[in-house]
Design a protein around this ligand. Structure first.
Ligand SMILES: Nc1nc2c(ncn2[C@@H]2O[C@H](COP(=O)(O)OP(=O)(O)OP(=O)(O)O)[C@@H](O)[C@H]2O)c(=O)[nH]1
Ligand SMILES: [Mg+2]
Length: 278
């Protein structure tokens, strides 16, 4: 018996979110692979919810075609505003009541269904388990290009010095959260861009939930949504904003921080969410 199975051999119910922005070329085969794999190899309830927003291409058409084939397994949520990857996940995580575990994975197929299933096998080891590409046992089939790796390691150093979470890879797109933990952080998620993961992990940790990095199998894919300069600047702005929000300086700085950050996000054409609950 695997450690996530119950005595009758069932695996936990999982709702898996896939944020998607202009993914008509990448998401079709990924939906096929996940739907078929989990139908055939998973001994529990498994539902996929694609969260799309602001798509300029036929992502919705591709998702609808997949839903016709796998009507029991695939659903979607659609937003017309540019809410960002983080915004899409914030909205998707509101569905936490529908399964014992709620998680997410990228639409690009960098994490295979087998690798995601492996993450689920570790679900009882912490309140949030997530894939890591930087552990000794991680398997990288095709690595990111070197300038992406360099930017990613610089970002890692910044995140470590700001938050001291001792996490090797906050940015891997494969994460799984127990519904109780997802419920507890609902009102504390406010980073709408690609730095959303830091927001999620940091708030979980602050609230006393346990986090565990699991070595994963990962393959870089073409067609990334990351525009290195602008995405990196936005992510930097977001982690600094998050750090200030969770510092003693936030109260006195709040009247200044709000208009400044709203202005900067607008300049960067990046999605911005206010944080009323913090
Ligand atoms: N809903 C939504 N999803 C988004 C948005 N921006 C990116 N995504 C999704 O977020 C996921 C991550 O994007 P990727 O292009 O894979 O970027 P990444 O994983 O950070 O970087 P790579 O290493 O290049 O894969 C993909 O599923 C995208 O479609 C957005 O504005 N809205
Ligand atoms: Mg990706």
């Amino acid at each position: 018996m695997n450690n996530q199975e119950t005595k009758d051999g069932r695996e936990p119910s999982v709702l898996l979110l896939i944020p998607a922005y202009n993914e008509e070329k990448r998401i079709g085969p990924v939906l096929d692979r996940y739907a078929v794999y989990f139908r055939e190899c998973y001994k529990g309830k498994f539902v996929l919810v694609v969260v799309l927003n602001d798509c300029r291409d036929n992502t919705l058409g591709v998702v609808l075609a997949a839903m016709e084939k796998y009507s029991q397994t695939i659903r979607y949520l659609k937003f017309d505003e540019a809410i960002g990857k983080g915004g899409a996940l914030i909205e998707g995580l509101k569905l936490y009541q529908e399964a014992e575990y709620i998680g997410y994975v990228d639409a690009d197929g960098a994490t295979s269904p087998e690798a995601y299933h492996d993450l689920i096998r570790h679900c009882r080891e912490a309140d949030c388990v997530f894939g890591s590409r930087w552990l000794p046992d991680s398997v990288i089939h095709h690595a990111q290009e070197s300038k992406r790796q360099f930017a990613s390691r610089c970002f890692h150093i910044i995140v470590q010095s700001l938050f001291w979470m001792n996490i090797k890879d906050t940015q891997c797109g494969a994460k799984l959260i127990h519904r109780k933990a997802a419920e507890a952080v609902q009102n504390h998620l406010m980073i709408a861009d690609m730095a959303f993961d830091i927001n999620l992990l940091y708030v979980l940790k602050r609230k006393g939930f346990t986090l565990k990095e699991i070595p994963t199998e990962w393959t870089d894919q073409i067609g990334t949504k990351v525009v290195l300069g602008r995405t990196s600047l936005t992510m930097l702005l977001s982690v600094i904003r998050l750090r200030i929000i969770y510092s003693p300086f936030y109260k006195p700085l709040k009247p200044l921080l709000r208009p400044i950050s709203a202005y900067l996000y607008k300049k960067l054409a990046a999605p911005y969410r206010k944080c009323d609950q913090t």
